[in-house]
Ligand binder design. Structure first.
Ligand code: ZN
Length: 580
């Protein structure tokens, strides 16, 4: 367990802008910062980060929270991991209390990968593997020692259990390695063996620089599978990861553009030669998630291919996701006989730069490709249909419209005809069902989060039961408890209380509301007044009903008591409408 005061300390030492800025492109507007939401697909940005409140909130999908929840949701960290991660950044030592030293599952899986990276990396430098290190990596592929260190390249040996043995000395059980995708269990014999053998090991990192998977390139001639990759695990979601982004994130953001190459070694080679704004798709089609991920850091994308059969390349199969994410897609084809790796080794970064000036926007590239062998109306018709079909896959209506306009321009076909060729998709604007909540209850809680002067009055006057929404009542309770303990109400602390609860979205929405600073006290007073008044009316109605019932039943004493109580209640209020 991490002591509460350490958590407080970490919270205070952490700046949400600094942390979130590593994951999204923040643009300042007024006192707040805005970005494209990392949790849903969108344009324009509705993800707001408030440095004053140390808070983020998306007006599009409702996700929100503090720096801890962000890491938990976005990096799949546990709360404790997020605290440890931020503590390390802030140079705060954590003294964990209690006997609860058992790290949770993701932490163990991460640890297993760290041990594996270390093991494979060490092995690469053993004398007996000089043929791989010097012969293959250095001489044949031209990879520098610096790059080997940076990308933590390694090697898995011939033995069946090299990693298993090494890991057991590091306190890891075979089952844990199986869960991490690093070992396999033989069903028949019940024994364990390493998943990767005789392969060059390329660790795949998440954006927090922690290893989560491996790509393994064969070192044997004639091996059918050139690459074997880690399976999906709780840590590793293939479709959400872009290889190399942990290294290239800042360069990509600075350049506002990214090269997308296919192989790990294309990336390593470009990076080593100074072209650092690059990610690798690892030869699979782009997913919507990957496209969105990239769109958080850049607006332009260059798909960089070998000369041969570029038109059939995997990344092109899913180009609609790139458009959908709002990216400007251009195609860069290496000259015949070259790939990105050989090109940059032959001509250096200038060679790539020169090639880039000749990159074609995706549409021009498609038109040129399709007219390479034949031209004329038939080809144009076919292409129009293909591009209309592509457009129909673009979910964002504005994006789709722009795309169709451009296609129409370039092909000389009207937009109407294009749309007829492939109708637009049904809009999936399915709104999230939210329970109807009284605006006043929301307003009051939101004002409380801004610590108005009358907060004491509010807490004294109301209780959780006064809220029609039970959820809001619970939040009110938590605020009151916090206020009594700390003397202020802090949204960040509140988020911790409601960790993993549906109420979290409500809290972040409350915190994201802006109130004019000089009117907060006034507004709080007004809303409280209205609240008390409606509470009074509700109570009066209740008493009136009971009074009538007692009177009708001939219960004189009870009727008298209720009548007196009604009088007191009416006496304190402004208007009296008995008949409610
Ligand atoms: Zn969102």
């Amino acid at each position: 367990m991490i002591p509460q005061d350490t958590i407080e300390q970490v919270r205070q030492a952490t700046d949400i802008l600094q942390i979130l800025g590593q994951y999204v492109r923040l643009k300042k507007r007024g006192r707040d910062f805005w970005a494209l939401c990392p949790f849903h697909q969108e344009k324009p940005p509705s993800f707001k980060v408030s440095p004053d409140k140390q808070f983020y909130h998306c007006f599009g999908c409702g996700k929100g929270g503090n720096v801890f929840t962000f890491l938990m949701e976005h990096e799949s960290m546990s709360f404790a991991e997020a605290v440890r991660f931020l503590a390390a950044k802030a140079n705060i030592t954590i003294r964990e209390t209690g006997t609860d030293q058992r790290r949770d599952e993701t932490e163990r899986l991460n640890y297993a990968h760290e041990v594996a990276v270390e093991y494979y990396h060490k092995l690469l430098f053993e004398k007996r593997y000089a043929v791989v290190l010097d012969g293959y990596l250095t001489d044949k592929r031209g990879i520098s020692r610096e790059s080997i260190e940076l990308f933590k390249l390694g090697l898995s040996g011939e033995t069946w259990d090299g990693l298993l043995k090494y890991a057991s000395r590091k306190d890891l059980k075979p089952e844990e390695l199986v869960q991490a995708g690093l070992a396999l269990k033989s069903e028949q014999k019940g024994t364990f063996f390493d998943r990767f053998r005789q392969r060059l090991m390329i660790p795949i990192f998440n954006l927090s620089q922690r290893p989560i998977a491996f790509g393994g390139r064969t070192l044997k001639k004639g091996e059918p599978a050139k690459y074997v990759n880690s399976p999906e695990t709780p840590l590793y979601n293939k479709s959400a990861v872009l290889y190399g982004l942990n290294f290239s994130r800042d360069p990509i953001r600075q350049a506002n553009c990214a090269y997308v190459v296919e192989g790990y070694f294309d990336l390593i080679s470009l990076y080593q030669h100074g072209i650092k704004n690059v990610v690798a798709s690892s030869g699979t089609a782009f997913t919507a998630q990957q496209a969105r991920l990239l769109a958080r850091f850049a607006e332009d994308v260059y798909l960089f291919f070998d000369a041969d059969s570029a038109g059939e390349r995997a990344a092109l199969r899913s180009v609609e996701f790139l458009f959908d994410a709002g990216l400007e897609v251009k195609i860069l084809v290496a000259p015949p006989g070259d790939d990105p790796d050989t090109l940059v080794r032959r001509l250096g970064p200038d060679g790539v730069d020169e090639l880039r000036t000749k990159a074609l926007p995706y549409l021009d590239f498609r038109i040129r490709e399709s007219e390479r062998f034949q031209s004329g109306l038939v080809v144009r018709e076919k292409l129009a249909r293909e591009l209309a079909a592509l457009a129909s896959k673009i979910a964002d209506p504005a994006r789709r419209g722009m795309f169709l306009d451009t296609v129409s321009d370039k092909l000389g076909v009207s937009v109407a005809r294009l749309q007829a060729a492939a109708p637009a998709p049904p809009t999936a604007e399915a709104g999230v069902a939210t329970t109807r909540i009284k605006p006043r209850e929301i307003e009051l809680l939101s004002l409380m989060l801004h610590n108005p002067g009358r907060i004491d009055d509010i807490i004294l006057a109301l209780s959780a039961g006064d809220f029609e929404s039970r959820r809001l009542g619970r939040i009110f309770d938590a605020m009151a408890t916090q206020y009594r303990q700390f003397g202020t109400i802090d949204a960040g602390r509140l988020v911790d209380t409601f960790q993993g609860d549906e109420s979290l979205a409500v809290i972040t929405e409350l915190a994201a509301r802006d109130w004019p600073a000089d009117e907060i006290d006034l507004l709080a007073g007004e809303v409280l007044g209205a609240f008390v008044e409606s509470k009074r009316k509700a109570r009066a109605a209740e008493l009136m009903a009971a009074f009538r019932k007692a009177r009708d039943e001939g219960n004189e004493a009870e009727a008298q008591r209720l009548f007196l109580e009604l009088r007191t209640i009416h006496g304190t209020g402004a208007d009296t409408d008995d008949e409610t």
